[in-house]
Design a protein around this ligand. Structure first.
Ligand SMILES: [Zn+2]
Ligand SMILES: [Zn+2]
Length: 204
């Protein structure tokens, strides 16, 4: 059994091991900054009403929360994600094995950039110029998700409404890993019926 507050190596190759570790706060800052710059530049270049631009940005943000849920549930938790030999362990199982390891709370930046580029490409094909506002919203959603997740694992729960997010994620990590897949919002857990029962999963 791996102590949950420890760190464990992912790769034998020292260079790969080094680059598999990330400072989540730097990734969050870069993603959020890029999202805001992209939105501003698009707003200047693309002739659309600012209200419509903002609505598409918010839709991109909301769509990220759905992507976050689906990827977490059906990609990260596919197969034996706790088996150290499987690829799912390298991208997510490691986080369940050592949830307090601050260097494993975000994908390395080059990987995040490639993945985001792939999503942008799809949006650009599907929605043309609207993607210039949808994608920054999506990227801002990604940054928000990483920040919420980082805070949940590094700070005590706050004494306000956001405390709920700490409890929700706690259930996923420590009570039932088939429930509570949403990190930024529990909405998709309600929609897809993976919401923990409030009584059975009561916090200590
Ligand atoms: Zn998980
Ligand atoms: Zn977590």
């Amino acid at each position: 059994m791996i102590p949950k507050n420890k760190t464990i190596p992912l790769f034998h190759n020292p260079l790969l091991e080094k680059y598999s570790r990330t400072n989540a706060l730097i990734v969050i800052a870069i993603l959020a900054f890029t999202a805001l710059v992209l939105f501003t530049v698009s707003s200047i270049k693309v002739p659309l009403n600012i209200m419509n631009e903002l609505i598409i940005f918010i839709l991109g943000f909301l769509f990220f929360t759905l992507a976050e849920y689906l990827i977490h549930r059906f990609v990260f938790h596919s197969g034996e994600y706790t088996n150290t030999e499987k690829w799912q362990f390298k991208i997510h199982g490691i986080h369940h094995a050592t949830p307090q390891d601050k260097e494993r709370l975000a994908l390395p930046l080059p990987l995040a950039v490639v993945l985001s580029g792939f999503f942008f490409f799809i949006y650009w094909i599907v929605m043309g110029q609207y993607s210039f506002f949808f994608f920054p919203g999506f990227l801002f959603g990604y940054a928000s998700y990483l920040l919420v997740h980082y805070l949940i694992h590094t700070r005590r729960p706050p004494r306000n409404v956001f405390r709920y997010l700490w409890k929700h994620h706690h259930v996923h990590h420590h009570k039932n890993d088939n429930q509570a897949f949403g990190v930024t919002t529990p909405i998709w857990d309600i929609v897809f019926r993976t919401m923990p029962s409030p009584r059975r999963n009561k916090q200590p």
